[in-house]
Write a new protein. Structure first.
Lengths: 270, 288
């Protein structure tokens, strides 16, 4: 039985399948780290190079795009934390008038997501004078039904005695949230933060519509602008740029694999 | 302060933002779909169902609709099947599990635009990787994204590649919940592998399949990134999907009234799925 395990047909099938699945990325790595002449010639002796990355950096303002994306995802995440925490606390702890109706209305956003409302939201941003700003890119996502739902569930599992105790010591509502609920729900914040950051790092349609200058464009839109300018840019450089835009998330994922996977599961199973 | 006021005060920022960017725009979309598109000094005027009449008569809408339906009907079951196979492999005592999991899950982390640009090269005519491999086996070169018959399946492949690994993790979590004594009992009865899968594994992961299936279905109707990055809807609208068509009508043709009618159709579809999920599925079947 034991020997069977190593080379059983199922194992071989699994590995063949995994190789097939990894092929696009392995190929992109090959193209990005070799001169253009070797983009489709696979020779072991092909020289390694970083020139493709250098080209991409010179040809388009990627450092600026990186900065925009980092500001965007941290801004969205922090605002989501604040706004969703407040709403979730009220909904989890107090039976105030209309709380159930309010919660149902909030959940509608799980279906009617901002990407289906691009047209009206664009017009709203025009009225608010937020077109081509990072605030405009982020603001429709800040009050997230998903975040409120997730945190409300987490808060409900926290024993009420703890916040009664905090109140006895004279803590206000906000202090109670800060001292009792935040620390106890930390794993949920980590999970939600990871999901939020990877979602907005990869988000494309809405930022494409809202931004039209280098100062606001996030990486995804920058990459697309770069790749669609058809001026003899070669595939090796595009592969390098594509990998570069995903590199921070990829590296974070490789380092914190377990946390990532657990977070996605925790956030998905409700 | 009494809890009724305090509760609403805490929820206030979320309420204002949700109303501004979800509820009011959703209602306005429906209302706008009964009005004409304003041009210059001519304001929008009420035209009843005219937008919907043109929608029914619009061949591109029907193309986008059928394309999208096909997209959902093909990518959702395939991604689920692959995801389950991956999870079964990774969950078993296979050598090199970590490597397998990495290969399966990594595409999920990649932005769709980045994945699309990498796959674009795969599909390139003449010197693209896929055609090079094909030629080595004696097949003729195919213009994957330029041919109306292969363009949509080519996009589907990218979606499946990116989504299967994501769904895998939900199956992994579910498989770990299956009580080991069920498998133990099956082993005592000398049940075959297929029987074990059909009688134990499949029913036990059913809630996950429903959960993943519904989410995948909703996502399939919001696919747009790879269309913009890879084909722009072409050739001859062979890859135009609903959200892409809305984007095009709204932001390329600026036909706001018609875009509102198209959005209303999409919103209704998503709402129908949501209601189906709510009423048809017993929400308690999901874990915990």
């Amino acid at each position: 039985m034991k020997q069977n395990r190593i080379l059983s047909p199922s194992t071989i099938a699994a590995w063949a399948f995994a190789l097939l699945w990894a092929l696009p990325l392995l190929y992109a790595l090959w193209a990005a780290f070799h001169p253009a002449a070797y983009a489709t010639r696979f020779e072991v002796t092909a020289p390694l190079t970083l020139d493709n990355f250098k080209h991409a950096f010179v040809a388009a303002p990627f450092p600026r795009y990186f900065l925009n994306t980092v500001m965007l995802v941290t801004g969205i995440m922090l605002s989501q934390f604040v706004i969703c925490t407040l709403a979730a606390f009220g909904l989890a702890r107090w039976k105030f008038h209309g709380a159930d109706v309010l919660f149902a209305l909030i959940l509608i956003q799980l279906m009617v997501t901002p990407d289906v409302l691009i047209l009206e939201n664009y017009r709203t941003l025009q009225h608010l004078d937020l077109i081509d700003t990072l605030t405009g890119v982020g603001i429709p996502y800040v009050a997230s039904a998903f975040g409120i739902f997730l945190l409300r569930q987490a808060f409900k599992t926290i024993p009420k005695e703890l916040d009664d105790a905090a109140r006895m010591e004279g803590a206000s509502t906000l202090q109670t949230i800060w001292r009792v609920y935040l620390p106890l729900a930390k794993p949920i914040y980590v999970a939600y933060g990871l999901v939020s950051v990877s979602y907005h790092w990869n988000n494309f349609l809405w930022p494409l519509i809202v931004t039209n200058s280098v100062e606001t464009r996030p990486l995804t839109v920058g990459l697309q602008t770069f790749a669609s300018v058809d001026q003899g840019i070669d595939w090796s450089v595009i592969c390098a740029a594509a990998l570069m835009t995903s590199a921070p998330l990829m590296i974070a994922f490789l380092v914190f694999q377990r946390a990532f996977i657990q977070s996605f599961v925790r956030a998905g199973i409700r | 302060m009494n809890i009724h006021i305090q509760g609403w005060l805490l929820a206030l920022p979320a309420v204002v933002l949700l109303a501004t960017f979800t509820h009011i725009p959703a209602i306005k979309t429906v209302i706008d779909s009964f009005f004409s598109t304003p041009h210059g000094t001519r304001p929008a005027r009420f035209i009843g169902l005219t937008q919907y009449h043109s929608l029914v008569a619009d061949p591109i809408f029907w193309r986008a609709f059928t394309n999208n339906l096909l997209y959902a009907l093909i990518t959702v079951p395939l991604a689920i099947a692959f995801a389950l196979a991956m999870a079964l492999w990774v969950n078993g005592k296979i050598s090199g599990r970590a490597g397998l999991r990495l290969a399966f899950f990594t595409p999920t982390i990649l932005p769709m635009v980045a994945a699309a640009n990498i796959w674009l090269f795969f599909y390139t005519q003449d010197y693209g990787l896929l055609n090079q491999i094909g030629r080595a086996f004696g097949f003729a070169s195919v213009n994957w994204l330029g041919d109306p018959t292969t363009a949509l399946p080519s996009l589907m492949a990218v979606t499946i590649w990116k989504e299967a690994g994501f769904f895998m993790i939900f199956y992994l979590a579910a498989l770990q919940q299956v009580p080991p004594d069920l498998y133990e009992a099956a082993r005592m009865e000398n049940a075959g592998r297929w029987q074990v899968f059909r009688r134990i594994t499949w029913p036990m992961v059913m809630p996950t399949t429903l959960f993943v299936g519904i989410n995948a279905l909703i996502n399939a109707f919001r696919v747009v990134d790879q269309v913009i990055a890879m084909t722009g809807g072409g050739p001859d609208n062979a890859t135009t999907l609903l959200l892409f068509y809305i984007y095009q009508v709204a932001f390329t043709f600026w036909d706001l009234g018609y875009a509102a009618a198209l959005s209303t159709v999409l919103l209704t579809g998503l709402a129908a799925v949501a209601l189906a999920q709510f009423f048809l599925l017993d929400r308690k079947v999901h874990y915990r």
